[in-house]
Design a protein. Structure first.
Length: 291
């Protein structure tokens, strides 16, 4: 078996304005909204770490500095808590040292493809992962770990996570045209971003996790506009099919669309119920409320 390059870097596009969550997101990035007591972006970074990824690259924008603060050392907080004998281990996952994070700005909202392209120099010439933090994936192991394992089994190439949705939902997503299927792995023979209703090649949508070869950056360089007038990552990936292996892995776990209010509320409810410290109280409350 030939050695395949490990996935060491992950890109997190976090420049979006989060208008769907206004006024909550007026002064706070939507990625900092908490599911129980962790911001969404922290779950994505934890998922990346679990998959062995070392460097987190955030594509940010104006008003997103809370994300940088979150992953920095909070000196006053830690000093004060330590002096008072308080346990600061809860802050451990939030620390990303200088070699483990990088921030680059997307100055204009030109689309997901453009956001990823903004990270090209930091990614360099190696395969990398992408996380869309709105897509909250809960699994054991996590979604990216499942993907990295599949990537190793397949022997490299490009890999996206997919999941099945109702036919009427496909027009909101990137959709794959499936080829041969082997367990959780499906060959990808085509990709289309936000297909018009009734035209989707399948019900399998791209669910916000990617492992891509660096050549995608060269395609994104052309900055061609696609669905919604935006530079689409899906279009750049579609151009790689045929030149490089391209597969999808069906995620074994639960997914919450935290870009929608209902999905975000459901994620909070589901994760809170599972927590030993607050779950029983919440369950009793829900039973009482729903009768
Ligand atoms: C983006 C991608 C799309 C993917 C979706 C997952 O769309 O372009 O392919 O299916 O995320 O949430 P957006 O949600 O930015 O419109």
């Amino acid at each position: 078996m030939t050695d395949i390059a490990p996935i060491r870097k992950a890109v997190f596009p976090v420049a979006g304005l989060g208008t769907r969550f206004l006024p909550a997101t007026k002064a706070i990035p939507k990625e900092m909204l908490p599911v129980v007591d962790r911001p969404l972006i922290q779950y994505a970074v934890d998922e990346a770490r679990e998959a062995g990824i070392e460097q987190m690259i955030f594509v940010t924008g104006r008003g997103k500095s809370a994300i940088e603060d979150h992953f920095d050392i909070a000196f006053e907080l830690e000093k004060t808590m330590s002096e008072r004998g308080k346990d600061i281990s809860v802050l451990e996952p939030t620390r990303l040292g200088p070699g483990n994070c990088a921030y680059v700005r997307q100055q204009e909202p030109l689309g997901l493809g453009h956001a990823i392209w903004c990270a090209r120099d930091i990614v360099g010439d190696e395969p990398f992962a992408i996380f869309l933090p709105d897509e909250f994936m809960v699994g054991k192991p996590g979604c990216m770990k499942q993907m990295v394992d599949a990537y190793t089994r397949i022997g490299g190439g490009n890999l996206i996570s997919v999941l099945e949705v109702a036919p009427e939902e496909t027009s909101s997503y990137g959709v794959i045209a499936p080829g041969k299927r082997d367990g959780a792995i499906t060959e990808v023979t085509g990709l289309v971003e936000k297909p018009a209703p009734g035209t989707a090649p399948s019900n399998l949508i791209i669910s916000g996790r990617y492992i891509l070869q660096p050549e995608v950056m060269r395609t994104l360089e052309h900055q061609e506009k696609g669905a919604g007038g935006e530079i689409q990552l899906t279009d750049a990936m579609a151009q790689m099919i045929g030149n490089q292996p391209f597969h999808a892995v069906t995620f074994d776990g639960r997914r919450f669309d935290c870009g929608s209010k209902a999905g975000f509320a459901a994620a909070n409810f589901a994760l809170a119920l599972e927590r030993p410290d607050i779950g029983p109280e919440l369950r009793a409350f829900a039973v009482d409320l729903l009768g």
